[in-house]
Unconditional design. Structure first.
Length: 482
């Protein structure tokens, strides 16, 4: 398993390099390398020898090894259903597709990207058929990201939150807009980088075991608890890099919090994408968009950018929490965010079942944005070309973002029972008690428990959207005086 992990680490490092530093001319060779490594890793993992060793080890296992073998068996069950040729072909296409996507987004050229995207959805259908499903083709794909999840589960999740959120958005729109135009401008990238690294370090990301770079689409990756990589990007909205960094720092601290004893094993890292997203959203929204956070850090930001020196904490707090249905998911306010992922979920399902052709995706995307958010993209770059995920073959992924939003408030509710004075702590720049609580309850658990068991352990109940809806309602009723 150490050899399997090492090959996976090499692939992850190559992917990080491709998205940050690799020259465009390296794409073809990188695709060939990743195809080879992914095929080798898959063949090694699914070998008869490994399968026999796992069966033999289960009979002798005790302690944490029982959990380790449960995780390996699940991963092995999924992997053995997929031919190595298909795994290699997907990796090669993903490397090529990433470069095609970058070029298409910059040129607003969906038509040129569509044939590549169609191939990726074809591969997704192949994967689903090999993995098997009972009710919906989406079930086989989404289970790889969130154990046991189905299209029906995601539909029920969205139904539980959609109407209350739509009603709250309407009430906010009736109350009148918050002007956040002061946060748009030509901001110095070096100063943004310095500030974002400062706040990332302040909340607990360890730069002795990580670093931050730039990428077309922010992400977090890593290959051991001692080497976690964050990325961010700089745009005319000042909050873009700030909240992008806090978001990825949440992912990074989760990975850095994995027990050293489990490093390079199948128990290391986050238990699921939904849980991972709960932590990125916690640090981005619950912590980073709180007024108390900016009591501490607004003076530093104003020193770096004197153009906003006259903004009070109250004014800045209102502006960074402005609710405004918009086009770009990663820069959406936390209230309308789930509508962005809902669009993607519905389009994925429709394409997979041939109800929607890839070539017709832009029009369907734009129609759904108009229906759910009341805005319509004028270009495909701000529409269906904005996300990197489909070019990577991550189909079945997007609903885990909304799951993370729900879990973040549920976990935070339990945390505040033990640490009721978080606002006081944040105003002083003290994040250690919160990080330690999350470390004990979530990060140090790695993949030892299933996602459903972990939320029970941490909060005493299954996933429940009540805390999310109540938290948003309280926050935005106060902000907008409604």
């Amino acid at each position: 398993m150490g050899d399997v992990n090492a090959l996976g680490a090499a692939m992850a490092m190559m992917d990080w390099d491709q998205q940050t530093y690799m020259p465009r001319g390296g794409a073809e060779a990188r695709a060939t390398h990743l195809e080879c490594l992914s095929r080798m890793r898959h063949q090694m993992f699914t070998s008869d020898e490994v399968q026999k060793d796992v069966v033999d080890a289960v009979a002798e296992a005790s302690g944490d090894d029982v959990a380790l073998l449960r995780v390996i068996k699940r991963d092995l069950d999924l992997a053995t259903k997929l031919p190595s040729e298909l795994v290699g072909r997907k990796s090669k296409l993903a490397a090529i597709a990433h470069e095609d996507w970058v070029a298409a987004r910059s040129k607003n050229d969906f038509k040129g990207f569509a044939p590549t995207l169609e191939k990726m959805f074809d591969i997704a259908r192949e994967e689903a058929e090999h993995l098997g499903y009972t009710d919906h083709i989406y079930d086989a794909l989404t289970d790889q990201y969130e154990e046991g999840a189905t299209a029906a589960d995601w539909t029920a999740m969205y139904e539980s939150i959609k109407q209350p959120q739509v009603e709250l958005v309407k009430a906010i729109q009736a109350a009148g807009p918050i002007d956040d135009s002061r946060l748009y401008g030509d901001w110095d990238k070096a100063k943004q980088s310095e500030f974002t690294e400062m706040i990332s370090k302040a909340v607990g990301f360890d730069f002795n075991r990580g670093r931050q770079d730039t990428a077309p689409h922010p992400f977090c990756t890593g290959w051991s608890v001692g080497d976690i990589r964050l990325t961010t990007r700089y745009k005319p909205y000042l909050g873009s890099a700030i909240f992008g960094t806090l978001h990825e720092s949440g992912h990074g601290m989760y990975e850095q919090g994995s027990p050293k004893a489990w490093d390079l094993t199948s128990l290391a890292g986050g238990v699921s994408l939904g849980f991972h997203e709960s932590q990125s959203r916690t640090w981005e929204n619950i912590v980073g968009r709180s007024k108390s956070f900016w009591v501490r850090f607004l003076p530093d930001l104003q020193k770096a950018f004197p153009a906003i020196a006259d903004l009070s904490v109250d004014q800045f707090y209102r502006q960074i929490n402005r609710v405004n249905p918009s086009l770009i998911r990663v820069e959406a306010d936390e209230l309308t965010y789930n509508l962005h992922t809902l669009v993607r979920f519905e389009i994925e399902c429709a394409v997979l079942t041939d109800e929607l052709k890839v070539k017709d995706m832009p029009e369907a995307w734009n129609d759904k944005y108009e229906k759910y958010l009341g805005v319509r993209p004028t270009t495909d770059s701000e529409g269906c070309l904005q996300d990197v995920h489909w070019s990577m073959g991550s189909i079945g992924y997007f609903p885990t973002y909304s799951m993370g939003n729900i879990l973040s408030y549920q976990i935070w509710n339990s945390l505040q029972k033990d640490i009721p004075n978080t606002d006081e702590l944040f105003a002083k720049g003290d994040f250690e008690p919160v990080l330690s609580w999350l470390q004990a309850k979530i990060y140090s658990q790695g993949r030892k428990f299933t996602p459903k068991q972990l939320i029970l352990n941490a909060t005493g109940e299954p996933m429940n959207a009540k805390y999310y809806l109540d938290g948003l309602s309280a926050k935005y009723h106060e902000l907008y005086n409604i």
